[in-house]
Design a protein around this ligand. Structure first.
Ligand SMILES: Nc1nc2c(c(=O)[nH]1)N[C@H]1C(S)=C(S)[C@@H](COP(=O)(O)O)O[C@H]1N2
Ligand SMILES: [Mo]
Length: 317
């Protein structure tokens, strides 16, 4: 996001992937009945590859439905930030190199006992639900996404951190052979992010394992990523392999790269501009509509209390 800002609507129509690729499993089954299995088989086989496919769709939690229209999946699937694969937004093809099985998550640092869990065992241990959340990138665009996953608070409980833990730190995989972007030495790989323990235990903080009623697409950060909807999108780290509990405040990827522009807190605030652009409004991906940005991305009732007494901190960068 430091380098280049390409807009979704600049993607020529000829590069858009045919709609059929994004049919969900139910539609694929319907298509298999209607069009003959031969046509639908390759896509069906692809959907079946993911051993967690049967867990989706999960029941939607009505507490988190909102007034905005959901961004169509085919648009979301071609407008992503995932610097491990490209600085371009249409990185869906490149991200297919991400290998999501086997996949483990390591728990380390200030925990009762360090442990490593297989993603499919973790998925079985957690209760999945769907939440429709607004997603606001620091680059002043936004989407509305039906994520599936479980509260980060449940992951914290599972990890059993010690009372001395002050922050949770998460790390993306490091494997330049699988992610060409990681061959760029300019970036401080691996991508890391962090939250305070209070933020991690806030009910809004969500571990995402699926979207649009099925396992997460690779370009969206499969097989497990974070979403903190009241913060700028860069906090929502993708493809997590390690969760640590620490005493020192983590210095995230973007902060390491450019601390004058990106900070630890990164809470959305229309009144605090980025040093190079305004944050007062945002472009809705898919409709190109320009709408006003809201403090905490509209989630103040859930999270404003987290920041009482922290007013001297740079809460909005
Ligand atoms: N590992 C990793 N996580 C990441 C990023 C990234 O480049 N690498 N980009 C971040 C940014 S800037 C945003 S806006 C969101 C984008 O998520 P999306 O592609 O699902 O919309 O992922 C965040 N998580
Ligand atoms: Mo972002």
């Amino acid at each position: 996001m430091l380098i280049r800002r390409k807009r979704g609507w600049e993607i020529p129509e000829s590069r858009a992937t045919p709609e059929a690729v994004f049919l969900n499993r139910r539609e694929i089954l319907a298509a298999a009945g209607g069009l003959g299995l031969a046509t639908a088989l390759p896509r069906f086989a692809h959907a079946e590859e993911d051993p967690s496919a049967g867990l989706y769709p999960a029941q939607r939690n009505p507490r988190y439905t909102i007034e905005r229209d959901v961004t169509p999946e085919k648009i979301n699937a071609h407008y992503n930030n995932f610097y491990e694969y490209s600085t371009d937004k249409d990185l869906a093809d490149a991200a297919q190199a991400l290998k999501v099985r086997p996949w483990t998550i390591q728990f380390s640092g200030l925990v009762e006992a360090e442990k490593t869990v297989d993603i499919d065992d973790l998925l079985k241990a957690m209760k999945l639900e769907e939440r429709v959340y607004r997603h606001r990138c620091v680059e002043a665009w936004s989407m509305t996404v039906p994520w599936t996953g479980f509260p980060l608070a449940d992951l914290v409980a599972y990890a059993k951190p010690l009372g001395s833990a002050k922050y949770i730190q998460m790390e993306t995989f490091l494997d330049p052979a699988m992610a060409p972007g990681q061959n760029q030495p300019f970036y401080p790989w691996p991508y890391i992010e962090g939250l305070t323990m209070a933020e991690a235990n806030n009910e809004l903080a969500f571990m995402v394992t699926g979207a649009y009623g099925k396992p997460l697409l690779k370009q969206m950060g499969a097989p497990i990523r974070l979403h903190t909807p009241w913060k700028y999108g860069f906090k929502s780290i993708k493809s997590i392999v390690r969760v640590s509990f620490v005493e020192e405040r983590p210095i995230n990827f973007w902060q390491q790269l450019q601390s004058s522009e990106y900070g630890f807190w990164a809470n959305v605030n229309p009144d605090v501009p980025h040093p190079r652009w305004s944050q007062a409004s945002e472009t809705v991906i898919g409709t190109r509509e320009r709408i006003p940005t809201r403090i905490y991305n509209g989630y103040g009732e859930f999270v404003a209390g987290l920041y009482k007494g922290l007013e001297s901190e740079p809460l909005f960068m």
